[in-house]
Design a protein. Structure first.
Length: 163
């Protein structure tokens, strides 16, 4: 799951330890797979090009094939940069704090008295199915909107148990 408890939540209702949850978007293409994909694509582009080696057609096709390869690399890099966000939910004895660090470096913060926080699951009236929000201090904030539908359900159940 693309979220984990860094410090686990308390098991008993009267336990006063703090806990921390990190959430991030799922990335199916890891660094090793990225290198392999670019390498295999370059090889597959180069194989047909080799039949034209030593001719003017080779030099005519080469810039366009290199442009396609670098365009693919740019698109994958841009996608990876845009997915570099993290949400951190910190719960201590008195306060719940949610921080979201966006891919562009900006940060959004929300905090509330832990006693007044309510966890809500919007099954159909949110921007995505099973939309999870935290409500408190006069605001309602989303949490884990980038997770899959099943992951948001599991997150809701965990947050409901913790709060």
């Amino acid at each position: 799951m693309p979220y984990s408890w860094i410090t686990p939540p308390p098991q008993k209702a009267d336990d006063t330890t703090s806990c921390e949850l990190h959430l991030w978007p799922y990335q199916s293409l890891h660094a090793r797979g990225y290198v392999r994909f670019i390498g295999v694509t370059a090889l597959l582009i180069a194989l047909p090009l080799l039949s034209f080696a030593g001719s003017l057609v080779f030099w005519g096709l080469l810039p366009f094939l290199l442009l396609a390869l670098f365009g693919l690399k740019y698109a994958l890099d841009r996608n990876r940069r845009d997915a570099q966000l993290i949400e951190v939910l910190t719960l201590d004895i008195k306060e719940a704090r949610l921080q979201r660090r966006n891919a562009n470096g900006s940060q959004q913060d929300w905090h509330c008295n832990r006693y007044w926080v309510t966890v809500e699951l919007h099954t159909s009236d949110g921007p995505v199915p099973n939309y999870v929000t935290l409500r408190g201090a006069g605001r309602e904030v989303e949490i884990g909107a980038f997770l899959s539908e099943e992951e948001r359900k599991a997150l809701y159940d965990e947050l409901k148990r913790v709060f």
